[in-house]
Design a binder for this molecule. Structure first.
Ligand code: PMP
Ligand code: GLN
Length: 389
């Protein structure tokens, strides 16, 4: 017996590529997780909290100290006034937060606009909630908001827009003008927006993230989701948070209480501590990741790879059309692991139709020596394949 949604999903592309990398002793630039930049002061805070306790179920909305810290971070970084008691929910990661939003707010048959490329769990969780994901494509290399396509996709059954900014896998940061356009749609068509902003702090070159929730016209129609995994480089912790108006957050909290109910208390207190770190921490994280991006991007370009621009996140996209004669990015990534010893992720897995085969994604959130090692392996591979630049 299997639910029809999961009958067709198989193993996630991230897990698949990580297993393949481990099996071939490859450098894993596939699944997106940082190495060597974990926030040590936040880990120390978790250690202290683990010893001090308590160890029993925290309140289902989250520890007050973390909800207060999330509200304060919204004010400090994004100039959004948030009532910590009614407008913040702590979840076990952004993934659970997304599920809570879908399960708590949507009815079977509700249509949700999903921008593609789209993170893999969106379609699966939406369909399991009975909703209908309606893909709206952004086009490389600039990934501009396709305004006419959005208008064409809206029907009387459209209820929500799912927005991921900064965006995985292309590192796009939606502009103020694009956000204003989306905010206008919320009012005009009576929609809500669910905003996955897990990469809110990982932006480069002085470019800043902007939450849709910060626009006054979107304030009551929008929920924004963050993840401590990304902000403190501890992706295994699975601590997330949802911020938004009490009317929308209420049903989301009810879904949360029946999914996980709560999140480990020592991790919650450590994340509260982390959100209070001074600006130097957040700037340092951006500077470090920007340097790592530059190492990988420059190295790949020197080798002759066609690297797309990247303003945020952990990821670079590389155009493989000159390398992959078969037009199958999945097969190309499988071959690359075996032949070069470097794992990447095929970008077609971010498309419901799996028909976008031109790009692969590489994670640069790694120590520079490891990135140089990966570049060396790719240089050897190009040499052997007669593709040297
Ligand atoms: N959204 C996006 C866009 C992601 O890339 C990820 C992957 N980390 C998540 C959500 C999941 O976040 P978490 O690990 O906090 O569940
Ligand atoms: N978000 C990570 C990525 O994009 C993967 C997380 C996961 O494996 N579930 O690579």
């Amino acid at each position: 017996m299997v639910n029809s949604v999961f009958r067709d999903t198989g193993t996630s592309v991230f897990e698949t590529m990580s297993r393949l990398a481990a099996g071939h002793g490859a450098i894993n630039l596939g699944q997106g997780f940082p190495e060597g930049i974990e926030a040590t002061e936040v880990i120390a805070a978790a250690e202290r909290a683990l010893h001090a306790g308590p160890h029993q179920y925290p309140a289902t909305l989250g520890l007050p100290v973390l909800r207060q810290a999330v509200a304060e971070a919204n004010r400090r970084f994004w100039n959004i006034d948030v009532d910590w008691e009614t407008e913040v929910l702590v979840t076990s990661g952004a993934t659970e937060a997304l599920a809570d939003c879908f399960f708590g707010l949507l009815e079977p048959g509700d249509e949700v606009l999903v921008f593609q490329p789209a993170y893999d769990c969106y379609g699966v969780l939406l369909r399991r909630a009975g909703a209908v994901p309606v893909p709206v494509r952004l086009e490389p290399p600039h990934w501009e908001l396709p305004r006419q396509r959005i208008l064409d996709a809206i029907t009387p059954r459209t209820r929500a827009i799912l927005l991921n900014t900064p965006m995985n896998p292309n590192g796009k940061i939606f502009s103020r003008d694009e956000l204003s356009f989306l905010a206008g749609l919320l009012e005009r068509y009576d929609l809500i927006a669910i905003c996955d902003e897990v990469y809110e702090h990982l932006t480069f070159d002085g470019q800043a993230h902007r939450p849709l929730l910060a626009l006054p016209e979107a304030r009551d129609r929008c929920l924004r989701i963050g993840s401590a995994g990304k902000t403190f480089s501890v992706t295994g912790w699975k601590v997330g948070y949802v911020t938004g108006g009490a009317k929308l957050l209420g049903p989301v909290s009810r879904a949360h209480q029946y999914l996980t109910f709560t999140t480990p208390p020592h991790l919650q207190s450590a994340v509260a501590f982390g959100l209070g770190l001074d600006d130097g921490y957040f700037r340092g994280l951006q500077d470090t990741l920007q340097r790592h991006r530059d190492v990988l991007a420059a190295g790949l370009r020197d080798l002759g790879f066609r690297v797309l621009d990247c303003a945020s996140t952990y990821f670079l996209c590389v155009d493989i059309r000159d390398l992959d004669r078969e037009g199958d990015d999945f097969a190309f990534c499988r071959r690359l692991v075996v032949e070069s010893g470097v794992a990447a992720v095929p970008v077609s897995s971010f498309y419901a139709e799996r028909d976008m085969n031109a790009l692969i994604r590489l994670c640069f959130a790694k120590p520079p020596p490891l990135l140089h090692d990966a570049l060396g392996r790719l240089a050897d591979w190009r040499e052997r394949a007669g593709l040297a630049a």
